[in-house]
Design a protein around this ligand. Structure first.
Ligand SMILES: [Zn+2]
Ligand SMILES: [Zn+2]
Length: 132
């Protein structure tokens, strides 16, 4: 293989400013790949810049592809978590509604019981002992 056909990974080099020569960044990808394989490597490179796929849910995470899986286990912006939060809000509202209904039912039952008690008192008052 001729050296010239191999290149350092695109994500393993950096330059100070546009126009400056590219320098190796050993803290990143150190792969040397055949020029023809460069495109394929870029797709799987651990140091490909990545952003969280739930950025539209407000996740600010940015990093490297190698850290993406780790982030996904901690990300609080996943679709299902967002949905779950919404669901939790809805069911909280339902619980509140249910409590209100329950409360009203209790009041009505108390009123009915009170009325029943008064009715019984009235009925008893009307009972006149038979003189013997
Ligand atoms: Zn690479
Ligand atoms: Zn995230």
């Amino acid at each position: 293989m001729i050296e010239g056909l191999h290149v350092h990974c695109h994500f393993g080099v950096r330059r100070e400013a546009p126009g400056e020569p590219w320098q190796l960044d050993t803290s990143r990808c150190t792969e040397v790949v055949a020029r023809s394989e460069q495109g394929r490597h870029k797709k799987v490179c651990n140091y490909r810049p990545a952003r969280c796929k739930w950025i539209r849910h407000g996740c600010p995470w940015q990093g490297f592809r190698k850290d993406e899986a780790q982030h996904m286990t901690q990300c609080g912006h996943e679709e299902f978590k967002v949905q779950l939060r919404k669901l939790a809000e809805v069911s909280e509202q339902q619980v509140t509604n249910f409590r209100t209904i329950e409360e009203q039912t209790r009041k009505m039952e108390a009123m009915r019981a009170e009325q029943g008690r008064k009715q019984t008192e009235m009925d008893q008052a009307r009972e006149v002992p038979i003189a013997s």
